[in-house]
Design a protein around this ligand. Sequence first.
Ligand code: PEP
Ligand code: MN
Length: 359
Amino acid sequence: MENNKEMRNWLDAFKLNHPFVIAGPCSAETEEQVLKIAHELKNSDVSVFRAGIWKPRTRPGGFEGIGEIGLKWLKKAKEETGLLMGTEVATAAHCKLALEYDIDVLWVGARTTANPFAVQEIADTLAGTDKIVLVKNPVNPDMALWLGGVERLHMAGIKNLGVIHRGFSTYEKTKYRNIPEWQIAIELQNKFPDLPLIIDPSHITGNRNMILEVTQEALDLNYDGMIIETHIDPDNAWSDAAQQVTPDALKQILKDLKVRKVSGDSDFENKMTKLRTNIDVLDANLLDLLGKRMKVADEIGQVKKENNVAVLQNNRWNEIQEKMVAEGAKKGLSEEFITKLFKSIHQESIEHQEKIING
Ligand code: PEP
Ligand code: MN
């Protein structure tokens, strides 16, 4: 698959003067709930109403979705509000039913994107459709697997494609439910600048208080739109309660977001050139320093080899880590960043030393 201006055609056809918005509950629960939320969202910047009909739960016992009857509610919501309807599909049966009920936007969920057999089954069932099909990133931080999902659909003749960035699972607890790993989405955007890119701040944060900040971050990175879980009674939602917002809160978020221009006038360009030159110089210094640091690590490897000492010295490493987090805080650098940075430096250092000791 190659980047192609036509990838954006479906999005341009909305003729929006604001980012593209998908909103609605995590799950369709009752007919009344679906209709109430949809009515609250019509006459807003929302173009597509979302509601999960089949819910892949990580562990059994949770609410697994209302099933086919929910599609009838979506059809009714569309007739009453004029909003387009969107839902997640994971199997051939889901796809057939979604097409039968004329659902406009289908998305492949994160757990499904991680499974090429499942994505291929979806591609085969939807082959040639003119519906909009969006691919969420897989749960694991693997850009090729994400892109592979899009390519399977593309090869099945599906033209109206896009991607949803919903963050990645981690073993460690962080402030996010799923860490964004922005660089993965940015890399995808660099490869396919015309493939519509949508942020899912609900599943990234897992927390309604962080929706605005993560969506703003995405808009600052030129994302095309967002999918935000919206519920009439978030605290009593049957799934993902903590991350859903009310329709009024959603409208406030949409008001508070700042949409910035892609580039500005020449005074702006001059200032940016100066600042970017500055950054380039600093980046070169950073690389130089890192290179020097690795040379010292190599020497340490040599000494360890001569004394038959193991590469990994946990105490020493914990000391460095703690010291750097404390020093970093003084410079306004977050614990999360310093930890990641030094883990990665440490990893490289270990690899260097391994080579020396074993090579
Ligand atoms: C969802 O959108 O409700 C959902 C289940 O998302 P994900 O596939 O990103 O977990
Ligand atoms: Mn959800």
